[in-house]
Design a protein. Structure first.
Lengths: 114, 111
């Protein structure tokens, strides 16, 4: 299994509070991704990173920001959480991005916004 | 705008029989396709993939078929085992690394 950990694994917070989720990898992969999984939608890309300090938006980026100061860590921040951001969040990593590259996923963080 | 669709939310199959999971896509720029398997409380795990230059890829009990003209792919599992019970996600990617997922199909294999 790819060495990917996510923290926390579960979080309950209140509307309007800031939340930061952490993804940590030990594979030294260049690309890292944040997805959210919701019933009826599968996984949708929030943001991704193609290197330290290099990030780009995904399909559902509104209300989220990311940072990557080290190769191994990718942070997802909800500046002011809303109930619509209640979801399961998955981090993924890949070596080269695109082509026949495969993304490998972490165990997920279940976030509930009350 | 769901560019990848898995129209069957669930599928139930008897152990030892074939499971066929289907996926349709709308974006003709997709050129690489993947299947992921997901157990409860775990992240998706990569299962098998296929490039658009092929129409079939096989790995043990798992075979993926791609019909580009119909924009359709399918995953065949033969023979199905109870441990195959999981949610299966189809994913498609274009050369700009934009990967889209279907909503998933929950497969139940009955002993």
């Amino acid at each position: 299994d790819a060495g990917i950990t996510q923290s926390p694994r579960h979080k309950v917070t209140e509307t309007g509070t800031p939340v930061t989720l952490r993804c940590h990898q030990t594979e030294n992969h260049r690309y890292m991704y944040w997805y959210r999984q919701d019933p009826g939608h599968g996984l949708r890309l929030i943001h991704y990173s193609y290197g330290v300090k290099d990030t780009d938006k995904g399909e559902v980026s509104d209300g989220y920001s990311v940072s990557r100061s080290k190769t191994e860590d990718f942070l997802l921040t909800l500046e002011s959480a809303t109930s619509s951001q209640t979801s399961v969040y998955f981090c993924a990593i890949s070596e080269v991005g695109g082509g026949t590259d495969t993304q490998y996923f972490g165990p997920g963080t279940r976030l509930t916004v009350l | 705008d769901q560019q990848v669709k898995q129209n069957s939310p669930s599928l139930s199959v008897q152990e030892g029989r074939i499971s066929i999971l289907n996926c349709d896509y709308t974006n003709s720029m997709f050129d690489y396709f993947l299947w992921y398997k997901k157990y409860p409380a775990e992240g998706p795990t990569f299962l098998i993939s296929i490039s658009s230059i092929k129409d079939k890829n096989e790995d043990g009990r798992f075979t993926v078929f791609l019909n580009k003209s119909a924009k359709h792919l399918s995953l065949h599992i033969v023979p199905s085992q109870p441990g195959d019970s999981a949610v299966y996600f189809c994913a498609a990617r274009s050369n700009n690394n934009d990967m889209r997922f279907g909503a998933g199909t929950r497969l139940t294999v009955k002993p």
